[in-house]
Design a binder for this molecule. Structure first.
Ligand SMILES: [Zn+2]
Length: 192
């Protein structure tokens, strides 16, 4: 893809660059369309829960979100693609409810900078917010840890930005359910 954009650029006298687009609706839409038109082939590669319709394609240069991979490896191996993506690329470190201390975070960032080709990392936690008392707590939960109400909504990053999970499409919900979470304290340890 990088070679193609370079070739088109030369041919047309313009500068084209490769981008790691968020494409959160595209990864769901393409999965749905492919499953309708090419059920046999698409069924083998589409991720998520087909019975519930919560299906998606793994986006961009990201690894499958469900792979139990320690954050150091994820940052290092996804980062191998980053020099090809001129418009900028990102690796998510899904940390669930954990709250790493500032020393762990700074060590992780320094190691990423010195030892990998990764352009950017984002530490992506998850929260639960209550519609009754208005409080927000760490981690995704079925009820509010302050008042016990079940009138709650999850908040986490979809791709680049934080939003309420109730606004997500079914594909992204499927991806969230598959998400493997790390704690930067203990690389490779799932925290929920
Ligand atoms: Zn509450």
């Amino acid at each position: 893809m990088k070679l193609l954009t370079d070739r088109f650029g030369q041919k047309n006298g313009m500068r084209f660059v490769l981008e790691q687009t968020p494409a959160e609706s595209t990864s769901y839409r393409f999965a749905k369309l492919d499953l309708q038109k090419y059920p046999e082939q698409a069924g083998k590669v589409i991720k998520g829960n087909k019975a519930q319709g919560e299906i998606y394609y793994t986006n961009s240069t990201l690894f499958n979100v469900s792979i139990p991979m320690n954050p150091v490896d994820r940052v290092r191996y996804e980062g191998l693609f980053h020099p090809l993506i001129v418009a900028g690329a990102l690796t998510h470190v899904w940390i669930g409810e954990s709250k790493p201390d500032k020393e762990s975070l700074s060590n992780f960032i320094i190691k990423t900078f010195r030892l990998t080709k990764n352009d950017q990392i984002a530490f992506s936690p998850e929260f639960t917010t209550c519609r009754v008392c208005g409080q927000t707590s760490r981690g995704l939960s079925e009820s509010c840890s302050y008042c016990g109400s079940s009138e709650v909504d999850g908040i986490t990053r979809i791709t680049g930005y934080f939003t309420k999970i109730s606004s997500w499409n079914k594909g992204k919900i499927g991806e969230l359910k598959d998400r493997y979470r790390n704690s930067p304290y203990f690389p490779g340890t799932a925290v929920s």
